[in-house]
Design a protein around this ligand. Sequence first.
Ligand code: AMP
Ligand code: ZN
Length: 465
Amino acid sequence: MKIYNTLTRQLDTFVPNEEKKVKLYTCGPTVYHFAHIGNLRSYIHEDILEKYLRYSGYDVDRAMNITDVGHLTSDGDEGDDKMVNSAKKEQKTVLDIARFYTDAFFEDCEKLNIRKPDTIVPATTQIDNYIKMITKLFEDGYAYMAGGNVYFDTSKLENYYVLNNNNERDMIIGAREDVTADENKKNKSDFVLWFTKSKFDDQELKWDSPWGYGYPGWHIECSAISINHLGEYLDIHCGGVDNIFPHHTNEIAQSEAYLGHKWCNYWFHVQHLNMGSEKMSKSKGGILTVNTLIENGYEPLAYRYFVLSSHYRKSLEFSYDNLAGAQNAYQKLKGRIAKLSKEEMPLSEEEYNKFKAQFAEAMDDDFNTSLAITTIYDLMKSEANDYTKRRLIDEFDTVLSLDLTKEVEAATVENEAEILALIEERNEAKKAKNYARADEIRNGLLEKGIRLIDTKEGTNYELVK
Ligand code: AMP
Ligand code: ZN
């Protein structure tokens, strides 16, 4: 299996530290807002990575954090905490905001068939681990205190920019548009490990620490959570490309300084989803969520199909036209698969082996999901019998998770009264601003193959094939 490794800047053959076992870490969402479909593009490809490793016989142990403290508006050490801003805006506590958007994130993941990682760790539950790590970094001379904050001293490292080919200026210009000089820092690339009240007075969540009452920096969260849950040797770390600098660069700096040895062998990064040539971003607004897609008549899995039709290392341009094309292709493919006979027949062995090998070849080549989907089209056209086709598609779908052989029971006229009653209830819920119930009704019907269409004249429905 070949995987493009940001650390070596080449396709590397994947060899885990322990035979047939993979330790995988994923940067989780910052839960101050709904995840947008760009974020979810990253999580879909990370889900494919995990599932293909499992399909290939690896036992995968995967951990993911939930960033509910410390992620500032600049990605670096400037600005306010994103969670605090959101809590103020919505007049809720930070923990309420975190709970609400964490639940919303996993609901979106479920709609997109993204598996929940084995271990999910909210950053606010790990304060003791950050303190333990920062204490050792102090003892070993990697940390210093200035202006009330604890900083990591990047000049103590031989090579801080390991992920960026030492291209320091490019990375700084590329990733940090709003950097202002922090006079406390000894070196401009130093970053905060622990903030205290001396810098930000309005942080809602703070904890006691040897360096004062305060809160952790964003980067230390992922290092500590990963080391604590997956151990000192990590096989693969993943995230979107915007995480390469400063987040992952800083994670490597502090983790390896703390451990005293190399930490993670493979760095997997997903390119951005763009809209109108700009990356989709929560902080810039104008984002689309899974629910917006549903409201516009798209199936979440048609979006998954759209995402899998292009390579994860290429940026992907979103438009409703592109999505409509994908949905059309997806529904047609499902329609053709539904017509395959369900009768048991002897396996067409030669064809079975041939297409299994073709699928593995595509996926082993740095997870080429688009070619993996092409394999299904080739299979459908082939001489293999229907039983063999179904069986292979079921196997491939344990990775692609497009519900290709799952058939929704078609709605019938007998249950029309029930559908109309639910439409009525949804209208009432919307009037009462109970959007959660309204969405629940819409999504519940969609799962049964009934899609609601809102028009000026009222709500109609259509049957999804
Ligand atoms: P956040 O919730 O901002 O911490 O981001 C969650 C994940 O989404 C991270 O892995 C980001 O790198 C990734 N991400 C952010 N924006 C995009 C985008 N437009 N396209 C793909 N991935 C993204
Ligand atoms: Zn992270």
